[in-house]
Structures are given as structure tokens and as C-alpha cells.
Design a protein around this ligand. Structure first.
Ligand code: ATP
Length: 493
């Protein structure tokens, strides 16, 4: 589906979400008191809960639901040769170009892609496609001078200065480096990992042997990754410090396409089970493959700024293990007892950014609707988060601060707190407290009133419908468990 939003509408939607995320404790710019640090963000009280829930869901779907997938938590720092072997030192580059007037830096490929997209939107589909494929060929041939010529030939201007006054196009390595130990020369230079996958590859035999796994099996890992992105914008979509959730699945050579198709469909189903509408998801097939891959697709979500990658599924061949075998001089082979053969397994990878998943989840959940009639119409905003993912499962709200209602509220809170993340609040009008919970995305509000003291019942208000029902206190635990457990998501997989 073509993205028909204007740039202004795209920006408004994004700005609105950024403001909401900040105001309601989801995401703040990092080191904000010092005016922030570009493309680095912090997660607040509710953001950290939502992110943890997303990570836990991914982990349980990978590790708990697949008997042949086990976990790993490898270090961020790795031996520097790791990144020589993986190809990151030599080729983890983006082509960058600076505009001399605005002093702004761009990714040359993104600049050209956006120009090609603007041509397509203006009806010049063929021309847009030809330019994009010319760019891909030039980048493949590493002909950066010709990439600059292409920018100048098409008169692609800097959106800030409006000029075509560009520097040469240069390659820029995205890895951050630092020093290990006390020696400040190149011998101590190490990198912050730009992906978590290499920690899995170098541990492949350790895990296989100690967790007694047989090919095909997978290793899953969640952890921080760092990339010195040239163009860092669109909020937490492109960060310099972010989190990845990766799973490397080791298979017999020749069987990788079967597993590639398997994981592609499993992962697509996963996104749908989370409640992402089908028409907001699409599969993008890579035409230009990375040096290590023989097949690759992205699962894309339609953000306000267009369909963009949330997850990559790559058939990485035996490239990484072979490279590590060569550079470490240690055998990376697996003995397959079923066919009585030694081989280096092929790898199918699923790789998703926790922060992009978080952003997709927030966009999906953000609802603005008009309620009421006639001159009583007002706007209601709420986060329609899946109850299993919502940071707070229920708010316990005594109607007033007297007559023993707070004590009763606390009693209910204490009965449920070990199993559910709750909020207790007894100040402000009940309407205001409901509104605040809607904005945070709390699926249930439990109001404690005078009737509660008489018959041990409460009203439970549902966030999405605002309907209220009277239920007994004894029934609350079962109701929350039913709605908030991951089982409901698992059942759809
Ligand atoms: P892109 O083309 O958007 O730069 P990529 O193809 O380089 O992404 P991969 O290397 O395949 O991304 O990384 C796997 C996943 O990690 C991506 O699908 C994305 O969700 C996440 N990711 C990658 N780079 C970033 C980043 N800078 N900020 C946040 N998430 C990221």
C-alpha cells in the first residue's frame, strides 16, 4: 500500500508520539539536562516495563516454545579479531556526504533513495527505479566518485540549505572503538559490538556441546549493540546505542532455504499475534545481498514515515563460522551423528531491534478518538497495548480518601501485587485518574467504593471500551491472569 501521507502529516504523527512518550514516562532523550545526545534515548518508568515485556515475550517464544533453541548472554566487548573475521572492520561502512553550506551530513544512499522515491511519488516511476538501481551498482563497485557525480547530475539538493554544494562521498565505518586496559596505543583498541550475532558464532560449539544440542538448533540472545549511524533521526527508529534480539539457527548445508522459509513465516506470524494489522506489515525481499548472505528479507512495518524494516531474516550461509575458523585457527565443525559427517553448519538468522519493535508497538497502540455527542464531543487518547505487554496491568483506585476505602484498596493491592504490576492511587477525581491510566495504557482500572465494604465487590473498567462491570474481589486474580498472560499470544503462534 502506497504511503499517501504528506511530509507534514508524517512529522506531526511522529512529533505527537514523541511528546506522548516523554510526558507519560515511556522515552526521554538521553542526558536531557545537557540538551540530549543525538540518537541516544532513555526508557522511563513505563517504557522500561514495556520494553522488558517485549523482550521477555520474544525470549519465551524463542527459547521456551522451541525445544531446540537455547539462550546466551555474551559480552559486548569481544576480541578485536572477531570484527576482522566478520568483515566489519573492512566493510561495515556507509557512504556519507556533507553539504558544504548547511554543514549537514547525509548518507549518500539515503539521499539518492529519497530522491528516487520522490520521483516515483510524482509519477516518474521508471526514472526513480533506474536511478536507484544505478546507485546500487555504483555502491557495489565501490565507485564513490560516480555516486557523487550521480548526486550532482540529478541536482539533488540538501533539504536544509537547498544547495547542491557537496563534499566527496566517503566511506564511514559505523563501529565505535575504545581502549581496553591501560595501554593507550593501537594494541588495546577494541570495538563496541555493532551486532550481537558474533557473540553467538564464536560460542557456537561451547553452547552446542554444553546444552547437548544437535543440528538443527538455534542460539538466542538479547543485548546492546552500537552503531555510529550517520543519519540519526526518526526518534528511536535509528539509534546509536540500541538493543537487538537475535537468533542464529544452525542447519545442515543445503537445508538452509527450507529453514529460511520456516523462520520467515514463523516471524511474520509472531508480529500478527502481537496485534499488528496485516496491512501494516509487509515482506521486503533484498535485491542487493550482504557479503555473507544467500537470501534475505525484511519484515517491514508501516510507520508514519513509510514502510521500514523492523526485523531481518537472513540466510548467512557458513560465512561467519568459516571466517572464525580461518582467523582463530580453531575448528568450527560439527559432527553430525545422523549422517556420520563433519561440516560447518549453515546459519539462518532472525534479527529484530527491541527499540524498533517498541516504536512499532507504540504507534500501533496510540489511539485518538472522539467520544460523546453534540456539543459534548471530546477527544479521548489512549494506548491500546495488548494487556500482556502493558506496563501496568491494573490501577487500584479507591473512590475517596476516607471511610476506610484506602485501607480496602491497599488490601486488594497487596493480594495482587506479587503476580501483577499495579498502581495504587487515591488522589484526584476518579475521572482524571481513569484518563491518566488510559494515557499510560493500563488495561484495567479497579474502583473501590462504599459497596466494596459491604459485599467485597469492585468495579472493573476496561480501557478500550470504558465499560464498567461489578465483580467480586475474589475473581480479580483469575480475570487479570486470563487477560495479561502471554499464553493468549502463544496460542496464536
Ligand atoms: P537499517 O537498514 O535500517 O540500517 P540494518 O539492515 O542495518 O538496518 P540489521 O543489521 O539487519 O539492520 O539489524 C537487525 C535489526 O536491528 C534491524 O532490523 C533493526 O530492527 C535493528 N537495528 C539496526 N540498526 C539499528 C539502529 N541504528 N537503531 C535501532 N535499531 C536498529
Amino acid at each position: 500500500m502506497a504511503n499517501k501521507k504528506s511530509k507534514g502529516e508524517e512529522n506531526n504523527e511522529l512529533k505527537k508520539l514523541i511528546a506522548h512518550a516523554k510526558e507519560y514516562g515511556y522515552v526521554y532523550p538521553s542526558s536531557e539536562i545537557y540538551d540530549g545526545l543525538q540518537a541516544v534515548y532513555d526508557y522511563g518508568a513505563y517504557g522500561s516495563e514495556l520494553k522488558n515485556n517485549l523482550k521477555r515475550l520474544w525470549w519465551e517464544c524463542m527459547v521456551r516454545l522451541n525445544e531446540n533453541v537455547v539462550g546466551l548472554d555474551s559480552a559486548i566487548f569481544m576480541h578485536p579479531t572477531t570484527w576482522k573475521a566478520s568483515g566489519h572492520v573492512d566493510s561495515f561502512n556507509d557512504p556519507m556526504v556533507d553539504n558544504k553550506d548547511s554543514k549537514k551530513r547525509y548518507r549518500a544512499d539515503v539521499l539518492i533513495e529519497e530522491y528516487a522515491e520522490s520521483l516515483r511519488k510524482a509519477g516518474e516511476v521508471d526514472k526513480g527505479n533506474v536511478i536507484e538501481s544505478e546507485m546500487n551498482q555504483l555502491l557495489e563497485a565501490e565507485d564513490l566518485a560516480a555516486v557523487k557525480d550521480l548526486i550532482e547530475r540529478e541536482d539533488i539538493k540538501c533539504p536544509i540549505s537547498g544547495t547542491c554544494n557537496w563534499t566527496d562521498v566517503r566511506q564511514f565505518n559505523l563501529m565505535f572503538d575504545t581502549q581496553i586496559g591501560s595501554v593507550a596505543d593501537d594494541s588495546g583498541k577494541i570495538y563496541l559490538r555493532p551486532e550481537t550475532a558474533q557473540g553467538i558464532f564464536v560460542n557456537f560449539l561451547n553452547v552446542q556441546k554444553t546444552a547437548r544440542q544437535k543440528v538443527p538448533f538455534g542460539i538466542a540472545q538479547i543485548g546492546k549493540a552500537f552503531r555510529n549511524e550517520i543519519v540519526a533521526r526518526q526518534f528511536i527508529f535509528r539509534m546509536r546505542e540500541f538493543e537487538q534480539m537475535e537468533m542464529q539457527f544452525f542447519v545442515r548445508p543445503g537445508e538452509e532455504m527450507k529453514w529460511f522459509e520456516h523462520w520467515k513465516s514463523v516471524r511474520l506470524k509472531w508480529h500478527k499475534a502481537l496485534g499488528v494489522p496485516e496491512d501494516k506489515l509487509r515482506i521486503h525481499e533484498h535485491e542487493k545481498l550482504a557479503h555473507y548472505a544467500n537470501a534475505a528479507v525484511d519484515i517491514e512495518f508501516e510507520f508514519p514515515f513509510g514502510f521500514k524494516e523492523v526485523e531481518g531474516i537472513h540466510s548467512r550461509t557458513d560465512f561467519d563460522l568459516k571466517q572464525h575458523q580461518e582467523f582463530s585457527k580453531k575448528k568450527m565443525q560439527y559432527f553430525d551423528p545422523e549422517i556420520n559427517q563433519n561440516y560447518i553448519p549453515y546459519v539462518v538468522e532472525t534479527s529484530i531491534g527491541a527499540d524498533r519493535l517498541f516504536l512499532m508497538t507504540l504507534f500501533n497502540a496510540f489511539v485518538e478518538e472522539e467520544v460523546g455527542e453534540g456539543d459534548k464531543v471530546k477527544q479521548r487518547t489512549y494506548l491500546k497495548l495488548h494487556p500482556a505487554l502493558a506496563p501496568i496491568k491494573a490501577a487500584i483506585l479507591p473512590l475517596t480518601k476516607k471511610d476506610g476505602l484506602p485501607e480496602k484498596g491497599r488490601e486488594i493491592f497487596d493480594r495482587l501485587r506479587f503476580d501483577f504490576n499495579l498502581i495504587y492511587e487515591d488522589t484526584q477525581s476518579i475521572g482524571k485518574r481513569y484518563t491518566r491510566q488510559d494515557l499510560i495504557g493500563t488495561p484495567f482500572c479497579i474502583a473501590v467504593d462504599h459497596q466494596t465494604l459491604e459485599d467485597d465487590t469492585v468495579t472493573i473498567r476496561h480501557r478500550d471500551t470504558t465499560e464498567q462491570k461489578r465483580v467480586s474481589i475474589d475473581a480479580l486474580h483469575a480475570r487479570l491472569s486470563e487477560a495479561c498472560s502471554f499464553t493468549r499470544i502463544f496460542e496464536q503462534l
